[in-house]
Design a protein around this ligand. Structure first.
Ligand code: NAI
Length: 324
């Protein structure tokens, strides 16, 4: 009887993945494949069990380089358990004819909720008021910042999955929602029922709050820098739940000190984490440790999606979420 195909979950040793039984993945795979987990040091060679696998499910590493890919004799899919796939040499995988897949949408709702949470925390001044109360004081110096949402314009940079989910939530709160996304198809504003502007400068000029939802790319690295911060309305808010390097942190922190920005909600920060006590003491800064994607439900969705793609791969069926 021919050996059953094998699927290996590859996990960096330092990563705290303690589900040794792979309880999420197993129900999707146990009838069609042998499922094992390989805990590897980042720079250790890949063992034969991994190199011989029919599908790989990768946590954050180790790197699947061109030399590793050249040794994958049976592999029908490399699946990144997550969004980013920079740990895989995608070009080498193309050359080897191996599909590379990811799970781009497991945190869409969570990140949109998180962006809205940051926006509401800024508008309702939750953290300054909490700090006052816990000093056993009881005053509302921050009242001028607590604007009625229905009078406010929310400007979204990027209207993909998360930007759209954020737009829909913001509409329910009464915001005027405007977006800038040079790649969104014509008519997107009609489909979502929001307004579109054709330049970042136009967005920055009219938004009371700017929320960033574009990917990090060569084009978007430093997209919001000193010049763009200066173009934002005095007293406006900035929120970033996308990638830290899309927004230059020095001008943001300077604008928070000067009061040009009334507040910032950053789930992600350039060169994260925060590096100094001074950075951490920046006034009116909320910072949330790149946790916007988090939810137990999202993790289960991510892992079961990866397992379902692996199942399709070992059965010779079409895989989905291909990035190559
Ligand atoms: P997506 O690919 O669905 O949407 C991104 C949108 O940005 C696209 O519509 C694209 O056209 C647009 N875009 C590209 N270049 C642009 C530019 N120069 N200016 C304006 N818009 C531009 O991605 P999705 O799922 O909405 O995720 C967005 C980003 O959120 C991801 O790339 C990722 O970096 C970040 N993210 C953050 C997480 C967190 O935990 N903080 C978790 C998941 C994603």
């Amino acid at each position: 009887m021919p050996a059953r195909p094998s699927v290996v979950i590859v996990c960096p040793r330092e990563f705290k993945f303690t589900d040794h039984a792979a309880t999420v993945e197993r129900p999707h795979l146990s009838d069609v494949a042998e499922l094992t987990t390989a805990w590897l040091d980042f720079d250790a060679p890949f063992p034969t069990s991994v190199l011989d696998a029919h599908a790989l499910i990768l946590w954050h590493g180790p790197l699947v380089t061109a030399p590793v890919i050249a040794q994958l004799k049976n592999c029908r899919a490399i699946i990144r358990n997550g969004v980013g796939f920079d740990s895989v040499d995608v070009a080498a995988a193309v050359k080897a004819g191996i599909p590379v897949c990811n799970v781009p949408d497991y945190g869409t709702e969570e990140v949109a909720d998180h962006a809205i949470a940051l926006i509401l925390a800024l508008y309702r001044q939750l953290f300054p008021l909490d700090a006052v109360a816990k000093q056993l004081a009881w005053h509302i110096d921050v009242a001028p910042k607590m604007r009625r949402l229905r009078t406010q314009t929310l400007g979204l940079v990027g209207l993909g999955r998360i930007g759209t989910a954020t737009a829909l939530r913001a509409k329910a709160f009464g915001f005027r929602v405007v977006f800038y996304d040079p790649y969104a198809p014509a008519g997107t504003h009609k489909a979502v029922g929001i307004e579109r502007v054709n330049s970042l400068a136009a967005l920055l000029k009219i938004a009371d709050t700017v929320s960033v939802h574009c990917p990090l790319s060569a084009e978007t690295r430093g997209l919001i820098g000193e010049k763009e911060i200066a173009q934002m309305k005095p007293g406006s808010f900035l929120v970033n739940t996308a990638r830290g390097d899309v927004v230059d942190k020095a001008p943001v922190f300077a604008a928070l000190h000067s009061g040009h920005l009334a507040g910032a909600g950053l789930d992600v920060v350039e060169n994260e984490p925060l590096r100094t006590v001074d950075e951490a003491a920046t006034p009116n800064l909320i910072c949330t440790c790149h946790a916007a994607f988090c939810s137990p439900e999202g993790m289960v969705e991510m892992r079961s999606t990866s397992a379902k793609i692996a199942r399709a791969a070992v059965l010779g069926q079409p895989v989905w979420n291909r990035v190559n």
